[in-house]
Write a protein that binds this ligand. Structure first.
Ligand code: GCU
Length: 428
C-alpha cells in the first residue's frame, strides 16, 4: 500500500512537472522581435557635463571613461571595494568516482579563498573544473550562482559547501519546480561540455562574500570595505569578486596567462557587466537576462522599474539609485555607457522572448548606444536589426531565444558559440 501510494505521488509530481513545463510560458507575454523604444541617451560620444565630445580612444580612455566610472559609483552601484590580497587557503580534490558530475575526478577541486591579510575581509569556496590534462585552456569562466556550489555540482560531493546557506527553495520540490521553470542549467553549467572544449570553470556562491539578503548584507559589506570606507552596494562587491577570483586563480600554474570571462545570469549578470566595465583583468563577459541594473536601459519603461528593484533589493545599489524611481529620465548615466566601458572586450547579452521583466529591447538599445565606442576601437558597423537574429561574430553581441527567465541547453549552445569565436585556443 505504502509503495503504491509513493508511486502514485511520484506519478502525480511528474504529471504536474510536465503540465507546468508545457503551460507556464503562456502566462508570460511575448516580447516583439522588433527593436522598440527611444535610443539610449545621453549619446555616448556627445559632451557629458563639462566634458567635451569624445573623438578618439585617447579622449575616451583618458577623460570620459574615468568620469563615467565615477558617475556609476555615485548614482548606481556605489564605490568598488578596495583591492585586497587574496590567496588560496585550502584545497580539496573532489573524486567523482561515479562520474555523476560528468567530469573526471582529478579535474575537479574545491579551493577556499580568503581576502585580507588572514582572510579576515571575506572568504569564499570555489569549485574549479579544469579541462583534461594537456588541453590548451581557452579561457577561465568565473561563474556566480544562486543556490551555492553544492547545487552547482548536483549535490554530489560531501566536501562541497558554501559558507553562506543558500535559499531554502533551492532544494526539494521547490528546487525541482525551479529546474523545470528556470531551465536545466539554472544552478550549474554543462561542465563536461565546457571542460571538454577547453574552458576552465570556477563556480562561486557570491553570498559567501556578501549575503544576498537585506538584513545581513550590510555587515558583509562593512567587513569587506573595512571600517573607514563607505561601502557600495552588493553588486559592486560581487563584481569585485569576479575580478579578484580571476587574479587569484590565474596564479594557479595551469591557468597562468589565461583570459578570464565573467559569466552571470540575472542578478549575477548585472555584477558580471559591472566587473567587465571596471576591471582590466576581466577579458570578456556573458550577461544573460541581466535586466534592470544590468544591460537594460534605466530610462527604459518596459519591465522591472527602479522603484521595484530598489524596493525589493535596496542593498544591491548605492542609496542614491532609489531616488531615480519614477524620474528615471533624471539619472545622469545609463547602462549603454556601462557596456561602452567594457569596449573592446567581447560581451554577450542574452534574453528571452517571454522575459519582459528583463527588457530585451532596452538591453539591445543599450548595445546600440555603446556601439560607437566599439567603433572607435575599429569594430565594423552594427548589422543586427532583429532581437532574435544575433550576429555572434562582433565583440558586443545580443541574442534572444524563445522562453522565459532561466538558463537552458539552447542558451549554452549560444554562449559556447560566442566563446569559441572570441577565445580561440592559445597558440602552443
Ligand atoms: C528578481 C529581480 C531582478 C533579477 C532577478 C534574478 O527578479 O527583480 O532584477 O534580475 O531577480 O536575479 O533572477
Amino acid at each position: 500500500m505504502r509503495r503504491w501510494l509513493a508511486g502514485l505521488g511520484l506519478a502525480l509530481l511528474l504529471a504536474a512537472g510536465i503540465w507546468l513545463r508545457l503551460t507556464y510560458v503562456h502566462y508570460f507575454p511575448l516580447v516583439p522581435d522588433e527593436i522598440g523604444g527611444p535610443p539610449a541617451s545621453p549619446p555616448v560620444l556627445a559632451a557629458f557635463g563639462d566634458d567635451p565630445p569624445v573623438l578618439t580612444i585617447a579622449d575616451w580612455q583618458g577623460r570620459r571613461a574615468p568620469l563615467l566610472r565615477a558617475a556609476f559609483a555615485k548614482n548606481v552601484y556605489g564605490p568598488m571595494p578596495p583591492p585586497l590580497p587574496g590567496r588560496v587557503e585550502k584545497r580539496v580534490s573532489l573524486h567523482d568516482n561515479e562520474r555523476l558530475v560528468e567530469v573526471e575526478g582529478e579535474q575537479l577541486r574545491q579551493l577556499t579563498i580568503g581576502f585580507g591579510e588572514a582572510g579576515e575581509r571575506g572568504q569564499v569556496n570555489v569549485v574549479l573544473a579544469m579541462p583534461p590534462q594537456g588541453t590548451p585552456v581557452r579561457a577561465l569562466i568565473v561563474m556566480q550562482n544562486f543556490c551555492g556550489n553544492d547545487a552547482a555540482v548536483n549535490w554530489r560531493f560531501k566536501a562541497v559547501v558554501s559558507f553562506a546557506a543558500p535559499p531554502k527553495f533551492c532544494k526539494g520540490p521547490m528546487g525541482f519546480a525551479a529546474h523545470i521553470i528556470l531551465g536545466r542549467y539554472i544552478n550549474g553549467p554543462p561542465l563536461r561540455r565546457l571542460t571538454g572544449r577547453g574552458y576552465a570553470v570556477a563556480m562561486v556562491y557570491a553570498a559567501d562574500l556578501v549575503p544576498d539578503d537585506a538584513r545581513t548584507a550590510p555587515a558583509g559589506l562593512r567587513k569587506l570595505y573595512g571600517p573607514d570606507a563607505t561601502p557600495g552596494g552588493a553588486l559592486a562587491a560581487w563584481a569585485w569578486l569576479y575580478s579578484e577570483l580571476g587574479e587569484v586563480l590565474t596564479r594557479e600554474p595551469q591557468l597562468a596567462g589565461t583570459p578570464v570571462v565573467a559569466w552571470g545570469h540575472s542578478r549575477n549578470g548585472k555584477a558580471a557587466l559591472l566587473a567587465g566595465a571596471i576591471y582590466p583583468n576581466i577579458a570578456g563577459v556573458i550577461a544573460h537576462q541581466s535586466g534592470r541594473g544590468g544591460a537594460a536601459l534605466t530610462r527604459g519603461t518596459v519591465g522591472e522599474t527602479v522603484a521595484q528593484i530598489t524596493g525589493e533589493y535596496p542593498y544591491w545599489f548605492t542609496p542614491k539609485y532609489a531616488t531615480f524611481a519614477g524620474r528615471e529620465a533624471a539619472i545622469p548615466v545609463d547602462q549603454h555607457q556601462l557596456l561602452a566601458l567594457a569596449a573592446p572586450k567581447p560581451v554577450l547579452l542574452g534574453s528571452g522572448d517571454r522575459d519582459r521583466w528583463g527588457d530585451p529591447s532596452g538591453s539591445f538599445r543599450a548595445l546600440q548606444g555603446a556601439w560607437p565606442i566599439y567603433r572607435l576601437y575599429g569594430v565594423p558597423p552594427l548589422t543586427q536589426t532583429k532581437l532574435a537574429k544575433p550576429d555572434l561574430t562582433g565583440p558586443l553581441a545580443s541574442f534572444m531565444r524563445p522562453g522565459t527567465h532561466g538558463v537552458t541547453t539552447a542558451d549554452w549552445e549560444t554562449f559556447l558559440a560566442f566563446l569559441d569565436i572570441h577565445f580561440p585556443p592559445p597558440k602552443a
